[in-house]
Write a new protein. Structure first.
Length: 473
């Protein structure tokens, strides 16, 4: 099947040009002016539109068991929501259940494979570390799982001690993994949570008060020092505090191989949202901070200290006792109501995989904070480079997968659940006025989204065996 996308303006991380794109099967084969239509099966008009490389969200949690429930998007519904928002590749985290990492990955693959509607890959959580695990880690490179996530918080479940993080990073450096860090101070959180509960503070805002920003800043600094000690690359996930940006800038200035990601929720919301009657909707870890933190994260994005915009998509229903309609069927999954009397029982996480690109375009590009090129770099090209997918993904050039988003920069709409397709009963951006939206989305040359029509299919997404970590950007 040969397709020409005609007359759009191609946007890359550094450039733009008006051109046609010839797609043969799954790949881009040529880019040029007035390409011949001889032997072409399909012509797609893209005049007055922009063409962006498919978005890559490197931080999702689909079908993740948590607090006696499960995140409400699975590997089909989450992929569909991603595609409607212009994202064509996602990287999901595999929880570690014991010493057999390959078994955990194979179980996660069994869940994802039949459901996947876009391309996807995995990161491996390392939350139990011992000699057996240490011995097994290197073999993950061969199956294309080339990044490891470690935690300095969640003391009794996910946390590794610094010594073990240090050992993981040494292995990572030797074998070509990228280590990803969830940076909060687990010890301080434990104490503050106990004190808050003992004092009868059970409302959602206490989730934020008990996970202080200085703990996150200190943990980022600790991670950077471990990176310096091991010379192993480190990627800080979900950066949320202004002080973290300072630490990252300091480390990068010294030439320590560190990079960072933030997520839209940390750019727009604060602890004030958690104080609202529906504050549980904003509960995620790390928590929202203050206006000043939002602003300093924007600064980090604008000046290049932060390389990636992810989402940490991990949605739950706000009221999981009421069904919603999804593809014509009623769906009801226990959610945030589980913690109505105790903030520590509210499942941590929020929706965002479909919201990321449209919200960031309006708030970033339309409002003049970033250029369209920075937008592409942060949402597609940098993620592809950092996570071993480049140049198959993250760029529009001959030889690359034809993962393309036709973006209408003039489309104005009032955003919300109706547009986002995430399988939950709320959207954090309900009622936001947007300018610019995806109108057609292609995955390897196949149109998944055409206007408001879904053409994708469960099982059509491919598992991406990613390359070892290459270089710090
Ligand atoms: N934070 C969340 O809020 N949810 C899932 C995992 C995480 O780190
Ligand atoms: Zn995390
Ligand atoms: Zn996460």
């Amino acid at each position: 099947m040969k397709t020409i996308i005609r007359g759009g303006t191609l946007i890359s991380a550094s450039d733009e040009c008006k051109a046609d794109i010839l797609i043969d099967d799954e790949k881009i084969v040529r880019i040029g002016i007035n390409l011949s239509t001889k032997g072409i099966d399909q012509i797609v008009d893209a005049h007055e539109k922009l063409i962006l490389p498919g978005g890559i969200d490197v931080h999702t949690h689909f079908d993740l068991p948590m607090f006696n429930t499960v995140s409400s998007d699975d590997h089909y519904t989450g992929h569909k929501a991603a595609a409607f928002g212009g994202t064509t590749t996602v990287l999901d985290f595999v929880p570690q259940t014991g010493n057999d990492l390959k078994n955990d990955i194979s179980d996660w693959l069994k869940k994802s494979e039949p459901k996947a509607a876009i391309d996807y890959g995995f990161h491996m959580n390392i939350s139990i570390f011992n000699s057996e695990v240490a011995e097994q880690i290197p073999s993950l490179i061969d199956i294309g799982v080339t990044s490891l996530k470690v935690f300095t918080a969640y003391n009794s479940t996910l946390r590794l001690q610094d010594a073990d993080i240090f050992k993981v990073m040494r292995i990572a450096k030797k074998h070509g993994f990228l280590t990803m860090l969830h940076a909060e101070n687990g010890d301080i959180i434990e104490i503050l949570v106990q004190e808050a509960l003992a004092a009868g503070y059970t409302a959602p805002e206490w989730h934020a008060h008990t996970r202080p920003a200085w703990g996150a800043v200190e943990a980022v600094s600790r991670g950077i020092s471990l990176s310096a000690h091991t010379d192993a690359p480190l990627y800080i996930v979900h950066m949320n505090a202004g002080g973290e940006v300072d630490q990252l800038a300091y480390g990068r200035d010294l030439g320590i191989p560190v990079m960072g990601e933030t997520c839209p929720q940390y750019l727009f919301f604060t602890v004030e949202n958690l104080k609202q009657a529906d504050g549980a909707k904003w509960i995620c870890s790390p928590p929202m901070r203050f206006d000043e933190d939002n602003e300093r994260l924007w600064q980090g994005i604008m000046n290049g200290t932060i390389q990636v915009l992810g989402t940490d998509h991990c949605p739950f229903f706000f009221d999981g006792t009421q069904p919603i309609l999804y593809e014509g069927k009623e769906v009801m999954i226990p959610g945030k109501e589980l913690g109505k009397d105790d903030f520590t029982k509210i499942p941590n996480g929020l929706p965002g995989v479909g919201d990321r690109l449209p919200i960031f375009w309006t708030e970033g590009v339309v409002k003049g904070r970033i250029t369209p090129h920075q937008f592409v770099a942060l949402t597609s090209t940098n993620p592809a480079k950092i996570f071993g997918l480049y140049p198959q993904k993250g760029v529009i050039q001959p030889g690359s997968d034809a993962d393309l988003v036709i973006w209408d920069p003039n489309l104005k709409l009032t955003y919300g659940r109706e547009w986002s397709h995430q399988r939950t009963d709320y959207n954090l951006y309900e009622g936001w006025e947007l300018e610019g939206f995806p109108v057609k989305v292609f995955l390897r040359g196949n149109c998944l989204v055409d206007g408001r029509k879904w053409l994708g299919k469960a099982g059509n997404g491919k598992f991406m065996r990613r390359k070892p970590f290459n270089r710090v950007i």
